[in-house]
Design a protein around this ligand. Structure first.
Ligand code: HXC
Length: 264
């Protein structure tokens, strides 16, 4: 398969049954634009359909970022009607999360911010490098999480910490993320990929149908009424994109200056 923004390797580094998917826009800190989304959907569908591949790992290229969020430059040009009519962010859940029944792990190798944090939380679990940083900084752009952050982060780490993260936009270190149960394990950055591939190899060696069943069960404990929460979240996100502060927040980011807020 020929992708522009991601790399896909089956039986990665000789690990039988493990597909490695790498977000590959390092200059933009692997920001998630619509090409990435289309390609990730295709890559996950290919993984799901290939009986020889039994666990996947998603990581980011470069030393700095897993993904620094949805692509602000792309979003800054869209109107609220575009976000609403396209049900913007919906395919992350409907195509990638729901249709991938086989297990996959996020290997978070640096910044996982906004949509990057949300993408990591869509994985069955997260293994983080010791320099990883998690955050939902959307509030600083005049918006709010739009692909699961307010729902999955709250379920993962509880209301108080999730609320603080969303309201301040601050970043959480790998160590804090492990203490808060956001990640399964933290490993030194140099070991992240090898370690995650090894864990994925263990999963790939399990009876494949039992792996799907175990995943389905743990998810059902986590997901009751998550769908309602996610739809509500997207609607509010889509409405916020109509605000003056959204236009200002994104313009300020691109122009590398502080935003001036109107409160509307
Ligand atoms: C587009 C991005 C980007 C993003 C970084 N870049 N994040 N481009 N979308 N989310 C680009 C920068 O513009 C820059 O491009 C290059 O990547 C390197 O980033 P720098 O900012 O120069 O790096 P650094 O100073 O090390 O800072 C790293 C950072 C910062 C702290 C991660 O980049 C940052 O704050 N990024 C935005 C994080 C964020 O707000 N994420 C949430 C997005 S909103 P150039 O061309 O200048 O070299 C979201 C969901 C919903 O995810 C939002 C709805 C509106």
């Amino acid at each position: 398969s020929n992708y522009e923004t991601i790399l896909v390797e089956k039986d990665a580094a000789g690990t039988k049954g493990v597909t490695l998917i790498t977000l590959n826009r390092p200059k933009a800190l692997n920001a998630l634009n619509s090409v990435v989304l289309t390609e990730l959907i295709a890559a996950f569908a290919e993984y799901q359909a290939d009986d020889s591949q039994l666990c996947a790992v998603l990581t980011g290229s470069g030393e700095k970022a897993f993904a620094a969020g949805a692509d602000i430059k792309e979003m800054s040009e869209k109107a609220a009607a575009d976000f609403y009519l396209d049900d913007f962010f919906s395919p992350w859940t409907s195509e990638i999360v729901k249709k991938t029944r086989k297990p996959w792990i996020a290997a978070v190798n640096g910044f996982a911010l906004g949509g990057g944090c949300e993408l990591a939380m869509m994985a069955d679990f997260i293994i983080a490098s010791d320099n990883a940083k998690f955050g939902q900084p959307e509030i600083k752009l005049g918006v709010a999480p739009g692909m699961g952050g307010s729902q999955r982060l709250t379920r993962a780490i509880g209301k108080s910490k999730a609320m603080e993260m969303c309201l301040t936009g601050r970043m959480m270190s790998a160590e804090e993320a492990e203490r808060a149960n956001l990640v399964a394990r933290v490993v030194p950055q140099a070991d992240l990929l090898a370690d995650t591939l090894k864990t994925a190899g263990t999963i790939a060696s399990m009876p494949p149908m039992a792996a799907i069943a175990n995943k389905e069960m743990v998810n059902s404990a986590f997901e009751s009424s998550l769908d309602q929460g996610l739809i509500m979240e997207r609607r509010i996100f889509q409405i916020l994109t109509a605000s003056e502060d959204k236009a200002e927040g994104m313009a300020a980011f691109i122009e590398k200056r502080e935003g001036q807020w109107k409160g509307r």
